[in-house]
Design a protein around this ligand. Structure first.
Ligand SMILES: NC(=O)c1ccc[n+]([C@@H]2O[C@H](COP(=O)([O-])OP(=O)(O)OC[C@H]3O[C@@H](n4cnc5c(N)ncnc54)[C@H](O)[C@@H]3O)[C@@H](O)[C@H]2O)c1
Ligand SMILES: O=C(O)C(=O)C[C@@H](O)[C@H](O)[C@H](O)COP(=O)(O)O
Ligand SMILES: [Zn+2]
Length: 351
């Protein structure tokens, strides 16, 4: 399966195919005519797929940088180490960065590629479900600061995205669940029929044979939104459904408790509960979201008082000129941006 993100000069293709990793050169050679590649990965993924990828790129001189796994690696403080490795391997503007990993590696390597020498080409090879359905597409690359998540970043598109759903066979169950948080998000914001398909299954196992088409569906929704609003000034904010609370939960817990997808799950349910109470969402939708989250093993609450989270909400990128924009649902599959303020969240008490 192939999709193209149409962004003029920054357009790129996404290929989704089980086993495609072994044919990486066929696709990479279409977008990269240089010689040297640096593969950035983490210490869980590289031992599993590093060699396969290098063997699949016989025409290139491949170097690797393997970083510790986990969100704390996606920090501003990791960047000097990446730049140093790129300099040591003599990476120039005519070379290529490959992000081989989940959303952490994709965001981090993508930002390094965007900023090193003011930009070198990069290719995304996403290995987690979350990265295959969401983070590898759209060009948001970022690192975290001690003050909050994704606070330093850029819009910098990959030249190509290679998605091999077979790589999910080694993904630990917790991160399959994590990725389902973003899959459910796509159903909530734009696709009631996807939400219904997901609701009609009893677990991820039950859904597994439809995975390539579900990945395709999520990415196609993202593609359409990104094409309409590449720089996140309007429609693209819909992709942030559940994220205002999610980012504050992740940051508040020092990235040690909820994963990104789990935090998004809590954020989607809790904001819909608040919005339903305020008459801004059709009644019964929050309960539908909670039910589907539980089906896929995701949480609906985290037991934190909202008063502990509101400080970090001010760093939300949808906070413009003192006006906080939140993403709400009219009903499942129909989302909108609602301008409000912090008081909106304070009505929640605990979440
Ligand atoms: N840029 C975007 O548009 C965007 C979208 C969504 C999320 N994100 C970001 O993505 C990050 C979360 O991504 P994630 O959930 O992929 O986390 P992650 O990159 O930490 O991967 C999750 C875990 O699974 C392991 N792993 C990944 N693929 C594997 C595989 N095939 N086999 C075995 N182990 C594997 C990793 O080593 C890690 O331990 C967050 O930082 C979030 O902010 C970005
Ligand atoms: O691509 C987007 O736009 C998204 O919002 C996708 C989100 O799933 C993702 O977590 C993104 O990194 C959040 O971005 P931020 O702008 O809120 O930092
Ligand atoms: Zn997200």
């Amino acid at each position: 399966m192939e999709l193209t993100v149409n962004l003029g000069k920054n357009s790129y293709s996404i290929f989704i195919e089980p086993g495609i990793l072994k044919n990486a050169e066929t696709y990479i050679s279409q977008v990269f005519q240089g010689k040297r590649i640096i593969i950035i990965s983490d210490d869980n993924i590289y031992p599993l797929y590093g060699k396969t990828l290098i063997n699949a790129l016989p025409s290139y001189e491949c170097h690797s940088l393997v970083l510790p796994h986990g969100e704390t690696t996606k920090s501003f403080d990791t960047l000097p180490q990446i730049y140093a490795a790129m300099l040591e391997k003599k990476i120039t503007r005519s070379d290529l960065v490959i992000a081989l990993g989940g959303g952490v590696i994709g965001d981090l390597a993508g930002f390094a590629a965007a900023s090193y020498l003011r930009g070198v080409k990069f290719v995304q090879i996403p290995t987690s479900l979350l990265a295959q359905v969401d983070s590898s597409v759209g060009g948001k690359v970022a690192v975290d600061l001690p003050q909050g998540k994704n606070l330093i970043g850029a819009f910098y598109h990959p030249k190509l995205v290679i998605i091999d759903p077979d790589m999910l066979n080694t993904l630990p169950p917790r991160y399959i669940t994590d990725g389902m948080g973003e899959v459910i998000k796509y159903g909530c914001i734009k696709d009631a029929s996807l939400f219904d398909v997901l609701s009609s299954h009893t677990s991820f196992e039950d859904l597994k044979d439809q995975l390539p088409s579900i990945i395709y569906r999520c990415i196609d929704i993202k593609r359409i939104i990104v094409e309409a609003d590449q720089f996140d000034t309007g429609e693209r904010m819909l992709l942030n459904f559940g994220h205002t609370l999610a980012h504050t939960i992740e940051h508040y817990c020092h990235y040690e408790r909820e994963s990104h997808g789990e935090a998004v799950a809590i954020g989607m349910y809790q904001i819909t509960k608040i919005s339903e109470k305020a008459g801004l969402t059709a009644s019964g939708e929050a309960e539908k979201i909670c039910r589907i989250l539980k089906t896929y093993g995701l949480p609906c609450e985290c037991g934190l008082p909202i008063s502990d989270l509101t400080d970090a909400i001010e760093f939300d990128k949808k906070n413009l000129d003192g006006h906080l924009n939140v993403v709400l649902l009219r009903k499942i599959g129909d989302s909108y941006i609602y301008p409000t303020n912090l008081h909106f969240f304070k009505t929640a008490g605990g979440i």
